[in-house]
Design a protein around this ligand. Structure first.
Ligand code: GLU
Length: 479
């Protein structure tokens, strides 16, 4: 039988890391077992669902490299089918109309609260007679459809991640509401637990992999599967993603949508690689830098942890920096050039762009670090305090004069690395100046401070962009 997995996002917000990680686990397992990965957009919350969120979710999946099979299904297209199943449940006596008003429910809650009991419906309309139903309808009362839950039943399943899970019928909050309120004998809009079962069955889903916040829903859904005589899929409940304090990751942790990760400068491959480790880890002997295809080969649902997975910026950053280091240079240049373009920075040549990219790539954690790292090659950096102190307190100005004279005398335009090294060596020997002083002075002239990228390679670049001499001159002429 074909193995079929799905992601069933509700388009009520931007594509969030929690949903993305669920998608990833589904995708990885589908690859691993040679199954299909499908999408169902659960857009039946009409007030909160938006088509731009659906677009954002699908684009985010594509960006992460999680391709789906088959055309995505829209749950809202299937409402009449969901209703027909509710009708079936009504007809076979597994469900019934409940006319309890909002006020009556609030009263019930209050009583339960006072007794310290959890909210639970008292199933008061389970056995209404035809006449009672008609009276309620003639009074203009609206009704929901409730699915009967046997208080004494124990629901059990073997979760692929958590092993055997048991749930007691009495702990499910009373008879389950399947549809929203409607007038007369109408059936209102179907709700999540009913729609998800009908749709998973329709899509022939064999493996449901979703967050642990759905465990109690699974217990309810299993009862609906049984009432409708549907085949049960296997269930897996993935751990939550936690912040550094061990609480559920939220917007307050500066992590929201996958878009934001992209805008922050994370590479999709790096983010996907990192997310795979959020709750799962490769078997020993494997590197932590793995492509999705490599992960899918060694991935198994049973290796996912039960405990929550702590989100670590440090680890994500490290993985991202590894991907930047190992990326094809051509690809990286194209990305970096976009940042330069946005700032109006024009490299003097393609080769120069290549050399600068190679020079800065090892110190980049995020793609957008390219802006700060390459800025001093396009714009003249101001002399910072430590740079000025160095110029004031040392023989540095004299050292810079020697370098400047040398460059003018030898008409040294467009130096390469070898020339640059030679100049330092020669001046050091000829004038008995320590190489360290020459280099540090140049560094201050070039970057305005005592730190920065490799000096000789930087000189080569600044020489080509014709700004090495002017940078040296400004240090000599200023007081
Ligand atoms: N629409 C549900 C959600 O986004 C789907 C849950 C499920 O996978 O069944 O949480």
């Amino acid at each position: 039988m074909e193995k079929r997995l799905r992601l069933a996002p509700s388009p009520t917000g931007l594509f969030h890391i929690g949903t993305a990680r669920t998608a990833l686990f589904n995708w990885l397992y589908a690859q691993k077992i040679g199954g299909k990965f499908l999408i169902r957009i659960e857009d039946t919350d009409f007030l909160r669902s938006k088509s731009e969120y659906t677009k954002n979710i699908l684009e985010g999946l594509k960006w992460l490299g999680l391709k789906w099979d088959e055309e995505p299904i829209k749950q809202s297209d299937r409402i009449s089918i969901h209703k027909s199943y509710i009708k079936k449940l009504l007809e076979c006596g597994a469900a019934y109309r409940c006319f309890t008003t909002e006020d009556e429910i609030s009263e019930l809650r209050e009583v339960q609260k006072k007794k310290g009991l959890p909210p639970k419906h008292d199933n008061r309309h389970r056995s209404l007679s035809k006449e009672e139903i008609e009276t309620f309808i003639s009074q203009g009362r609206t009704s929901v459809i409730r699915f009967k839950i046997d208080e004494k039943i124990e629901i059990k399943w073997v979760d692929q991640i958590r092993g055997e899970i048991k749930w007691q019928g009495k702990d499910l909050g009373g008879d389950l509401v399947l549809s929203r309120r409607a007038k007369g004998y109408e059936i209102g809009d179907p709700l999540y637990n009913l729609a998800v079962v009908v749709d998973d069955n329709f899509m022939n889903i064999t493996h449901v992999v979703r967050g642990e916040d759905h465990i109690s829903n699974t217990a309810k859904q299993i009862l609906i599967y049984k009432a409708l005589n549907f085949n049960l899929p296997t269930f897996s409940h993935t751990p939550l993603i936690l912040n550094s304090e061990g609480k559920k990751l939220s917007k307050r942790d500066c992590v929201t949508s996958i878009d934001e990760f992209r805008d922050m400068g994370y590479l999709p491959e790096a983010l996907a690689n990192y997310m795979s480790f959020l709750g799962w880890s490769p078997k020993s002997g494997y590197s932590e830098i793995l492509s999705l295809d490599e992960i899918s080969e060694i991935f198994d649902l049973s290796d996912i942890n039960k405990a929550g997975a702590k989100f670590s910026w440090e680890k994500l950053n490290w993985i991202n920096s590894q991907y930047i280091k190992n990326m094809e240079s051509i690809e990286l240049i194209e990305i970096i050039k976009k940042y330069w373009d946005n700032n109006g920075w024009v490299p003097p040549s393609q080769e120069w762009a290549y050399k600068l990219t190679i020079l800065i790539r090892d110190s980049m954690t995020l793609l957008k670090d390219a802006i700060d790292q390459s800025k001093p090659f396009f714009l003249l950096p101001p002399i910072q305090k430590e740079g000025q102190n160095f110029l004031d307190n040392n023989e540095s100005k004299a050292a810079l004069k020697l370098i400047l004279n040398y460059l003018i005398k030898h008409n040294s335009e467009k130096l390469d690395k070898e020339n640059a090294k030679e100049i330092i060596n020669e001046i050091s020997k000829m004038h008995n100046v320590k190489k360290g002083i020459l280099m540090k002075s140049l560094r201050v002239a070039f970057f305005g401070c005592l730190s920065g990228p490799d000096l000789i390679q930087s000189w080569e670049l600044l020489s080509e962009s014709k700004s090495d001499i002017s940078r040296i001159e400004r240090c000599i002429t200023t007081n």
